[in-house]
Design a protein around this ligand. Structure first.
Ligand SMILES: [Fe+2]
Length: 453
């Protein structure tokens, strides 16, 4: 079940993957800084002093001072980043490549003029009869997986809910009706803090502006500061990531044909922090969330956005990735956030579709595959232009046991309420059969709690 990284054995070759990128993050960022003439000047004037600004480990620092590119690469450097260092020293790319081969500059140049290095004897397949790794995608669960996906939590992430908490309005009648729907969840969450939450949400023109529109973003960083969305940052803790597990997920999911954008540094907006606040209650900026979080952001701001089908399939790839983990034992939850019906723009602003929202919840529980057939237009037309956020929910659902020939999920808690600001609030906790459950659920799945102001 270990991840396929056969490229590690190719002779004389280091592949720059998420693991290497993590190791070489500061080294590569230092190299990038040399894109600016003033930084090149400062570096050349006093290399050691300049390097001290970049928090390199001693091996990395010495390798840069010695211009030892093999060691830089072993330490996580990537050739395209490191080339900026060579360029700063006035080296050509041929000089840099040649410097890693143990040949003299002249001998390397002559080899290239003579047709380059021959592949025979320099390939993995020549050394040990390498056979290509299987591309088969698991259709069943791994029963003894150290990382266990226990529960899926779904919730709206309305910014006004965060503001109500931050401004101490949760006991006001308008807001109490919303927060009452999360009481069960808070009790459950107290006994059920997972080791990591993969939190699916969408960025609201906060971390990503109009200059870049990534469809699926996986956060591989160690920490995510709380964003200032124009009202000042919410007074809640910054979010701790889990780089090792995130790098593992990236490796598996991308090999599973999903082209994620990997992000090491980003701020997180209400889409990510409001679900944490709803579940774990009021925590101040100096406290800590009780779990690590891997952000998974889906573009629903600029069309085209991914289909519900694509999100469901990403959920399946995510589950295969979780099952392949061979590290420490982990209790993993996946949260799907956003929605439910709402429209924030134009003359149709304020649209709410209670019947459609509840049909969506019914299908999400009992017929997720059927739900993947609903086209974009269905979401936008019925649930409002911003109701499209509900495609985010399909990712967590696609990862559940019953989609891998396991048992159907248990509905622990279901809640629906109108309104919170401009939106309908939906909330659902469903668990895989082996997950721990509260002995007395606050609401049964077959009888959804539903309130309308
Ligand atoms: Fe949102």
């Amino acid at each position: 079940m270990t991840l396929d990284k056969p490229y590690k054995d190719i002779p004389g070759t280091t592949i720059y993957d998420a693991e290497q990128a993590r190791k070489g993050y500061n080294l590569n960022q230092f190299a990038m800084s040399l894109m600016k003439p003033e930084n090149r000047e400062r570096f050349l004037a006093d290399q050691s002093a300049y390097l001290d600004e970049w928090n390199l480990n001693p091996v990395q620092k010495q390798a840069v001072l010695d211009m030892d590119m093999n060691t830089m690469i072993a330490e996580g450097g990537n050739i395209y980043f490191l080339a900026k260092i060579g360029a700063t020293h006035g080296m050509s790319f041929q000089q840099m490549a040649g410097s890693m081969t143990g040949m003299t500059e002249a001998a390397y140049r002559d080899m290239m003029v003579g047709g380059g290095r021959r592949p025979e004897g320099n390939r993995l397949k020549d050394l040990d009869g390498w056979t290509p790794p299987s591309n088969e995608k698991a259709q069943t669960m791994r029963p003894d997986a150290p990382a266990k996906f226990t529960s899926a939590l779904f919730t709206s992430h309305v910014p006004a809910i965060g503001a109500a908490m931050d401004l101490g309005k949760t006991e006001e009648p308008y807001w109490k009706r919303v927060f009452d729907g999360y009481e069960w969840t808070r009790k459950w969450a107290k006994d059920n803090a997972p080791d990591v939450v993969i939190l699916v949400y969408n960025d609201h023109a906060t971390a990503f502006d109009a200059s870049i529109i990534p469809t699926f973003v996986l956060g591989t960083g160690a920490e995510y500061p709380v964003a200032d969305e124009g009202y000042g940052p919410r007074p809640v803790p910054d979010v701790k990531g889990y780089p090792e597990f995130a790098a593992h997920l990236a490796q598996s999911i991308i090999q599973d044909d999903f082209d994620l954008t990997l992000v090491n540094e980003m701020v997180v907006d209400h889409g990510l922090t409001v679900p944490l606040s709803l579940t774990y209650g009021e925590l101040g900026p100096d406290e800590q969330w009780p779990t690590r979080v891997i952000p998974l952001a889906v573009n629903v701001v600029q069309y085209p956005v991914p289909s519900a089908r694509r999100c469901y399939e990403l959920g399946k790839a995510l589950r295969r990735a979780i099952d392949k983990w061979d590290g420490e034992e982990l209790n993993v939850q996946i949260w799907g956030t956003g929605g439910m019906s709402h429209q924030l723009q134009g003359p149709r602003a304020g649209l709410i579709n209670k019947e459609w929202d509840n049909a969506f919840l019914d299908h999400l529980i009992a017929d997720p595959l059927g739900l993947t057939e609903w086209p974009h237009m269905e979401y936008v037309d019925e649930a409002g232009s911003e109701g499209i956020e509900l495609v985010d929910w399909l990712i967590a659902r696609g990862a559940m046991d019953d989609q891998f020939q396991g048992g159907e999920p248990v509905v622990d808690h279901r809640f629906y309420h109108v309104p919170a600001s401009n939106t309908a609030v939906g909330h659902l906790v469903i668990s895989n059969p082996a997950a721990p459950h509260l002995s007395e659920p606050a609401s049964a799945g077959a009888n959804p709690e539903e309130t309308t102001e």
